[in-house]
Ligand binder design. Structure first.
Ligand code: BMA
Length: 329
């Protein structure tokens, strides 16, 4: 391994397939995609844009499950191998002593990260039917305690860094509007306590063709000796609607609003059948990555066509090599 992962765990049992012979891509798809199909649960219309972390020697996750009435809910799930998932039929019912937060209306696009002593969940949370960033924590994926929303509506794609920086929690977000927002830049906000957020910093806005409409943070950023490695989605507006692809960037370790490298091209765009066809065509939307600190292997969980959940693979060295040779900030 050329590049080092900092503060990472070794996850020898994480899902993995070697790069297929002759493959010239930086990121390659799992041959058995999708790993979670739309009808994985009897009650599900679709399961996608979901978050997975190592847990008790296996894996746990928070899944976006749209039911057959098309309610958008969050469900917990468990797996020994990261591939075969036991997802609860019942949605997560958050506990909270904040009455204003107790009126859960809908939630989607969760992210999960372990910080210090617990797992934090962030998601797009409806507050007065207006989306913003919901926050909660859990120790066991059975009981979830909801905290204050991080920001005012409208906001989406809240993604926490895996450790405090300069004593503060750090979160990406993407201020938006009430609908299928036709704009969007990535920002960083900081908090001493997961309650009061400030010191907002602009990170980056849409730039290249593939992401010319809007961009948003994806999985939890990965700490490396070259900086924070992050995957982010970008949206192009075609004559046939939005196209969601994703790529990578490297951010400064201490001041992560400073972009060091940024991929010129997408690394995955909707090209496989299950990414192009579904409830919303042409969507690849990454929400989680498992990273093995020993080997630098990365497994990315991404939602496909707002319908099912798939996996793709790369390594820290593959992505940083790409950024070293194909970056314009
Ligand atoms: C975004 C979010 C995502 C979804 C995407 C494509 O605004 O709602 O959950 O995957 O649109 O429909």
């Amino acid at each position: 391994m050329k590049n080092k992962i900092l503060n990472g765990d070794s996850i020898p049992n994480m899902p993995w397939q070697d790069k297929p012979q002759g493959c010239k891509e930086v990121i390659w798809r799992y041959s058995e995609n999708p790993v979670i199909k739309r009808n994985h649960l009897d009650m599900s219309n679709s399961i996608f844009n979901s978050a997975v972390v190592p847990f008790e020697g296996g894996f746990a996750g928070v899944f976006r499950v749209d039911d057959k009435a098309r309610n958008m809910e969050l469900h917990a799930g468990f797996s020994k191998d990261g591939l075969n998932w036991d997802i609860n039929e019942d949605k997560i019912v958050f506990k909270t002593d904040i009455p204003e937060m107790a009126r859960f209306q809908y939630g989607y696009d969760p992210r999960v990260v372990f910080i210090e002593d617990r797992y934090y969940v962030t998601w797009c949370n409806a507050y007065s039917h207006r989306p913003t960033i919901g926050c909660a924590y859990t120790y066991d994926f059975k009981e979830f305690v909801q905290l204050e929303n991080a920001f005012l509506p409208f906001n989406r794609n809240g993604v926490l860094f895996p450790r405090k920086i300069d004593g503060k929690f750090v979160m990406f977000s993407r201020p938006s509007d009430s609908g299928h927002t036709p704009f969007g830049d990535i920002y960083i906000s900081q908090s001493p306590d997961m309650k009061y957020w400030g010191e907002h910093r602009h990170v980056m806005g849409p730039s290249r063709g593939w992401e010319s409409t809007k961009i948003g943070a994806g999985p939890i950023p990965i700490e490396t000796d070259r900086g924070w490695l992050m995957f982010y989605h970008g949206v192009l507006t075609s004559c046939n609607g939005y196209v969601y692809s994703f790529s990578a960037a490297l951010l400064d370790i201490n001041e992560p609003w400073k972009v060091l490298k940024r991929g010129n091209e997408y690394l995955i765009s909707p090209q496989a059948y299950y990414e192009c066809v579904g409830d919303v065509q042409n969507v690849t939307f990454p929400c989680a990555n498992l990273v093995d600190a020993e080997t630098g292997r990365i497994a990315i969980y991404y939602g496909c066509a707002d319908t099912c959940t798939s996996l793709c693979f790369t390594t820290v060295d593959d992505v940083i090599d790409y950024l070293d040779n194909h970056s314009q900030v």
